[in-house]
Design a protein around this ligand. Structure first.
Ligand SMILES: [Zn+2]
Length: 309
């Protein structure tokens, strides 16, 4: 299974706790790959995907926010290894028209007036919808690459703007009839995965990335011992898992400023040795002092209830 699919399967199962975010996510999902269908006098909504979890999510979000009548058509592929196709349809009705209006699907309004994306929580949910419907990300084995593809230029500009709001250095390009908003840097991709709530995928991404960057480093420093290296990799992986756990549980701002700085440096430089991190820290701190701070962070994560494994 591809890494994109892992990420989608993870975020398609996130329970959204806040009602405002559900509409923002639907807006992202349907703007990205939904369409408006005209049947007789009324307008309906149509959304197609090969991902069963995503089809269920779209259906649930539609049903819990609007009292619309829906239908799901599954087209089974006769070819081997081809996926089924799920088509979620909202039947034309007054309520369907209301949904189209509220989700601003008929026209792209000026983004200043976009009520749906007023809050940061909703902007995160919007990006989750965008990724689910039209995103892909490669495993960091070869290249770092995450992209969101749409044929609508205004939507691409909006996506880029929302990403910039989360300090994600998104760039844009076009390919044939599509606009592509993309990220090309490891830290930016982990930042995006964190924003859309893909915490497990993020850890997997980071594990592969640390091993890869360590390997590159070893190729440069030929006389480094392999056994020693794998210990360093494991320590870094564990430290990052602890920091992510604290971030998820009570936020990194719950740490003291010194520990927060330590955590930020570790996340920003997953492949760096403790001595290198110490040299980047504020003030005059040595390798053992910095190591002590990392141990303190690991201890805090354990006290918060993180699983040792
Ligand atoms: Zn919200």
């Amino acid at each position: 299974m591809s890494f994109s699919k892992d990420v989608k399967n993870e975020v398609a199962r996130i329970e959204s706790e806040i009602a405002c975010c559900e509409k923002a996510e639907l807006f992202g999902l349907l703007r990205m790959s939904g369409s408006v269908s005209l049947k007789g006098k009324g307008v309906g909504i149509h959304f197609a995907t090969e991902n069963a979890a995503l089809a269920r999510r779209v259906l649930r979000l539609l049903k819990s926010n609007f009292s619309v009548q829906t239908e799901v058509v599954i087209t089974r592929s006769r070819r081997l290894k081809k996926n089924n196709r799920y088509q979620v349809q909202v039947m034309p009705s007054a309520e369907a028209s209301k949904a189209l209006g509220e989700l601003q699907l008929l026209a792209m309004p000026e983004d200043g007036r976009l009520k749906l994306l007023g809050k940061p929580c909703c902007r995160k949910a919007f990006l989750r919808g965008i990724f689910l419907a039209g995103g892909s990300v490669s495993k960091p084995v070869s290249d770092y690459h995450l992209e969101l593809v749409t044929d609508n230029e205004d939507l691409a500009i909006l996506i880029q703007k929302v990403m910039h709001g989360f300090s994600l250095p998104a760039k844009m390009t076009d390919r044939k009839n599509d606009y592509i908003v993309y990220l090309k840097e490891g830290n930016a991709i982990t930042g995006f995965l964190s924003v859309i709530g893909a915490h497990n995928s993020l850890l997997e991404f980071e594990n592969i990335r640390i091993v890869k960057e360590m390997r590159n480093k070893v190729n440069r420093l030929v006389n480094c011992e392999t056994a020693n290296l794998s210990k360093i990799v494991q320590a870094a992986v564990h430290q990052i898992a602890c920091i992510r756990y604290i971030d998820k549980t009570s936020g990194l701002y719950s740490l003291s400023p010194l520990l927060k700085e330590t955590a930020d440096l570790r996340l920003a430089h997953p492949e760096a040795s403790v001595a290198e991190l110490a040299s980047m820290a504020e003030g005059n701190i040595g390798k053992s002092g910095f190591n002590h701070r990392l141990k303190k962070i690991e201890q805090i994560a354990l006290e918060m209830g993180m699983d040792e494994n």
